[in-house]
Design a protein around this ligand. Structure first.
Ligand SMILES: Cc1ncc(COP(=O)(O)O)c(C=O)c1O
Length: 439
């Protein structure tokens, strides 16, 4: 597979041109890595009006993922979630989205920007996961007065749980609605022996953060549109431009471009070998008494309290051994691995975890949170005057900021919703002491 963006930028460097354009470092600033950081100069194409090397590279990516169209972003899945929701909602002013509640805060910010009405599918498991089955979705869509313009789910979620995207997409299509998937954590799923990528399983649109599980530079992400939803592609570039910076990073574009060649050749085999290794290490952790959750191959998620520790305590032990996790809270420790990790990395992890002795399980659990009452739209709430108060004084008040920032950006309560006893308890459990409320 060719690499037109990378080739162009490499030639640009070798030609040693006089750069009378942005960026200010002119390719030779004090940092040492400025050379490849160019801008949309003549011949370099333009990300949101692509007709040259960027289009060629995006077409390569579409071929790799077997999508109808794949578009690049250098601003992550957050940018693409806004774009997907805009595309799905265009011309549907009185419509609504049906969304699984464990949505990332980028979803809430998209709803605020576009002023979308959301109806939630409650998550019974925890605020990080939502066990939405095709049967549950069928029931939800049968009960509604009118079909939503799209159903929105997150799969894989932050803990590594995956939904039955094929089943969910069949239900959506039966009810005449689109399935949109936040696949930020699942770009690699396409390259499993049998693809589990949402766009190959019937989703109409999805976004992948190529920087999370593949080797793109930070911000590198794909918007995929399926062959079945080809009508959405015509407006995609304009929609991308609506929410994006006018200065895309060519470093990140080069990384997406070069990644195509790697994905088309060595990656599948490397991934398959690496997954066998990860499975062996996961089995060893189970043998040691750790409880693992999630079905995703490239995440190792430990339910820490069952081993007698908080997730944060396990993360501290790892950090003392120079191992840094993706995420931890009281309940979970989440480790993300890719074929760029070595067997030595995994062995070190297992050895450090082996040296931690198992204790009696910690019984304290995350307070059960029921879906908060909605007083106003997300947009109305964040545009209202707000004030900061102690969480203890929050009962009955309406959240005035987008979400409450408990990592990893999945909130127990969103702007416009009323703080009740259970949400206050959940916030305190997550160490939140103050909250912004509508005045
Ligand atoms: C589930 C999920 N969706 C979306 C995002 C946003 O992705 P990005 O960081 O690529 O903008 C994240 C980021 O962590 C995420 O975890």
């Amino acid at each position: 597979m060719n690499t037109p963006i990378y080739d162009f930028v490499s030639k640009y460097i070798n030609d040693d041109v006089t750069r009378l354009h942005m960026p200010g470092h002119k390719g030779k600033g004090p940092l040492g890595f400025e050379k490849m950081d160019i801008t949309e100069v003549f011949g370099a194409d333009a990300l949101y009006q692509a007709s040259g090397i960027i289009k060629e590279s995006e077409d390569n990516a579409a071929q790799l993922f077997d999508s109808y169209k794949t578009f690049y972003s250098t601003e992550g899945s957050s940018h693409l979630i806004r774009t997907m929701l805009f595309l799905a909602s265009r011309g549907k002013a009185d419509g609504y989205i049906l969304a699984a509640r464990n949505a990332h805060s980028a979803f809430a910010s998209a709803c605020a920007l576009i002023d979308l009405e959301v109806r939630w599918i409650e998550c019974e498991d925890s605020y990080l996961s939502c066990n939405l089955t095709p049967e549950k979705l069928e029931k939800a869509l049968t009960c509604v007065d009118k079909a939503p313009f799209c159903v929105y789910v997150t799969s894989p979620d932050y803990l590594g749980n995956m939904l039955d995207i094929r089943g969910l997409s069949q239900v959506c299509h039966k009810h005449g609605t689109l399935l949109l998937v936040d696949n930020a954590h699942g770009a690699y799923l396409r390259f499993l022996e049998k693809s589990k990528h949402p766009i190959n399983l019937g989703a109409d649109m999805c976004c992948d953060s190529a920087h999370k599980t593949l080797s793109a530079l930070t911000g590198g992400a794909y918007l995929h549109i399926s062959k079945g939803a080809s009508q959405l592609a015509a407006g995609a570039k304009d929609a991308l431009a609506l929410f994006a910076s006018t200065s895309p990073s060519y470093l990140t574009l080069c990384s997406l471009d070069k990644l195509n060649a790697y994905l088309a050749t060595d990656y599948r085999k490397e991934l398959s070998d690496f997954i066998s290794l990860v499975r062996r290490e996961k089995n060893e952790l189970c043998r040691l008494g750790y409880t693992l959750v999630g079905d995703e191959e490239l995440k190792i998620t430990i339910r820490a309290k069952e081993y007698g520790y908080l997730g944060t305590s396990l993360a501290d032990v790892l950090a003392r051994n120079n191992i840094y996790c993706e995420f931890c809270d009281k309940d979970f420790l989440v480790l993300m691995v890719t074929p760029q990790n070595t067997k030595e990395d995994l062995d070190l992890l297992v050895n450090v975890l082996r040296d931690i002795s198992k204790k009696e399980p910690i019984m304290e659990c995350l307070p059960k949170v029921s879906l908060p009452e909605r007083k106003m739209s997300i947009r109305q709430a964040i545009f209202s005057q707000s004030e900061e108060i102690s969480i203890d004084e929050g009962l009955g008040r309406v959240l005035g900021c987008l979400s409450i920032s408990c990592p990893p950006a999945v909130s127990v309560i969103l702007a416009g919703e009323v703080l009740d006893k259970s949400t206050i308890e959940a916030c305190k459990y997550n160490g939140i002491t103050t909250v912004m409320v509508v005045k």
